[in-house]
Ligand binder design. Sequence first.
Ligand code: ZN
Length: 190
Amino acid sequence: MSQEWNIKSRGHVCSVCYKNLVDRAPVVSVLKEIPSGYERLDCHPECWKAFERDWEPFSQWDSVYFAPVKEAKKEPVKKEDAGELLRQLVSLDDPAMKNVVYVLAVMLERAKILVERDSKTLEDSTIRRVYEDRKQGDTFIILDPRLRLDNLAEVQQQVVALLSGTKTLGDVVADEEAFASADEAQPQAD
Ligand SMILES: [Zn+2]
């Protein structure tokens, strides 16, 4: 599976009975592994309980469903910019950006925008972390690149540069790709 991360939006109807989910009521969210990645199910708890299946979820968690609120966005604060940046990065689906994506997700978790719902070690011993947007309910399935501490500062600088607008996404992608290929190359004499 080449897909290293993924975004899954929370559904607004139950994946089992196809009736609307109830505002502010419990919901069971499930990630199912499929050949192309992951499928997300959001279900009434009672529907999930009664649901007959012959597969085990990759991940499963309980939360509360909030119906979308149509409100005028008044002040786009920095935090939302960071969330939007993560969406862009994840949609980019560029393996060279895995460190930046992961560090940004951790920063958003610390800022209480994302919550970590689960983490799984796959057979190839890589780790996937499942983060959920507290407000919108979208799920991000993110590869934990197990960054070494000496790489962390460099990656954090990239993220901060992106958030402050001193670098564009294109600049950072180019930097990270150069960094990734330098990492793979054999040591060279000058
Ligand atoms: Zn249902």
